[in-house]
Design a protein around this ligand. Structure first.
Ligand SMILES: [Zn+2]
Length: 155
């Protein structure tokens, strides 16, 4: 009735979709490439797609800065995937390989990995260095994305 929409970036083709707030975004398909906008998994981001995701998503975006050689990063990967499947479509989960995208790691001054950064409307709202277990990750995300959650529910 309100006709309000959320902008959500497609993880496959990076086009910006307008999804009605009252619709369950979990079942939404991309208007351009027709693939699901959410598939319950973190999305590997390049420098280019990263910029699109953090600027054009109306939902919070969390980014895992990681690398192949990093043991704690690999240890946390299954946890990150599990929490992504639980918290999509309220939050978009990205992964940035700091070896493939060193310019992003430099821009955000990543000193150790894994580092997680939560963005809202392109701005960093929270940062956590070091691996987290599932319970800590969930509560960290809920705490910092709380304003967004309530805004979505109010909408
Ligand atoms: Zn698409």
């Amino acid at each position: 009735m309100s006709g309000e929409v959320r902008q959500i970036v497609c993880p496959h083709c990076n086009s910006v979709n307008r999804v009605p707030k009252e619709k369950d975004a979990r079942g939404a398909k991309c208007g351009r490439c027709h693939q699901p906008i959410f598939n319950g998994r973190p999305v590997a981001a390049s420098a280019e797609s990263f910029a699109t995701h953090i600027r054009h998503n109306d939902i919070p975006v969390v980014v895992d800065f990681w690398a192949q050689w990093c043991g704690p990063c690999k240890a946390m990967a299954p946890t990150y995937e599990r929490v992504a499947s639980e918290l999509e479509p309220e939050i978009r989960f990205l992964k940035v390989d700091t070896e493939a995208g060193p310019e992003l790691a430099a821009r955000y001054n990543i000193r150790s990995i894994p580092t997680l950064i939560l963005f809202q409307n392109g701005a960093e709202v929270a940062r956590q260095a070091g691996a987290m277990d599932a319970a800590s990750l969930r509560s960290w995300l809920r705490q910092h994305a709380a304003a967004s959650f309530s805004a979505l529910q109010a909408g």
